[in-house]
Design a protein around this ligand. Structure first.
Ligand code: ADP
Ligand code: MG
Length: 238
């Protein structure tokens, strides 16, 4: 089988990265000297206590924020070399975000919320509708397509956000504590959905979690403490 040289390149390559937040006179070293690679198809949990830098790391990988020093590359492309417009395009086409503050649009139905990103990507209407519908079914929301966010529970809204992230078929999904507001059964079902996509489509996942049960499903666990990597374990494929 032909393999492109890109297959051997890490999808995400972080080199000597630091992130300092400045708040008046106080500076917080949120991430210190991070060196990390993620390969295509990895299913990685970022773990560590609150304040250890998990959200900061996800923001930086997703090009939502810039490092204070060091370099970060996605698919061999240095983020520092990209214009704002290029970064927006990269986020739209390559990355799916499942973040707490990536809210659903309240005036749109669940189906329209999922379709919206496909509209931005220029996917034709009929394909948009069918892909959005399939994604909602995949996350167990068949029958809820026409409901608006206010007519859905917190867990269901979170699943719409996941459907929205996966419908766009990104290379990389970044999820910040995706199961934090869910009961354990719904959380487990959601992780199953993510794993299925990981296995069937090769989608790479990097997600932060506090949840021991979810950590066990990860093929790799990167543990942060005070902005540093203190453990990086790759598990056998389950
Ligand atoms: P986690 O997601 O693991 O809880 P964060 O990445 O949110 O950790 O935070 C890492 C550190 O950076 C913490 O000390 C936090 O207080 C600080 N921090 C995060 N965001 C900001 C910000 N916008 N301004 C100042 N400090 C921040
Ligand atoms: Mg966080």
């Amino acid at each position: 089988m032909d393999r492109s040289p890109l297959d051997n390149m890490p999808l995400v390559h972080i080199k000597n990265m630091n992130k300092v937040y400045q708040q008046g006179d106080i500076s917080v070293n949120a991430l210190a000297d991070i060196n990390l690679e993620f390969r295509k198809g990895e299913f990685t949990a970022l773990v560590g206590p609150s304040g250890s830098g998990k959200t900061t790391l996800l923001n930086l990988i997703g090009a939502l924020d810039k490092p204070s020093s060091g370099a970060i590359a996605l698919g061999g492309q240095q983020l520092a070399d990209l214009s704002r417009a290029d970064l927006a395009e990269l986020r739209l086409r390559k990355i799916g975000f499942i973040f707490q503050d990536y809210n659903l649009l309240p005036v749109l139905s669940a189906l329209e919320n999922v379709e919206y990103i496909l509209l931005l990507q220029g996917v034709p209407a009929a394909e948009r509708r069918s892909r959005a519908d399939t994604a909602l079914k995949q996350v167990g929301l068949d029958g809820c397509q026409q409901r608006r966010p206010a007519q859905l529970s917190g867990g269901q809204q979170q699943r719409v956000a996941i459907a929205r992230a996966i419908a766009a078929e990104p290379l990389l999904v970044l999820a910040d504590e995706p199961t934090a507001n869910l009961d354990s059964e719904t959380g487990a079902a959601l992780i199953d959905t993510m794993l299925e996509l990981n296995r069937n489509k090769g989608t790479t996942f990097i997600f932060s979690t506090h949840d021991e049960m979810i950590m066990r499903h990860a093929t790799r666990i990167v543990r942060l403490k005070d902005g540093k990597i203190v453990e990086d374990i790759v598990h056998a494929i389950h």
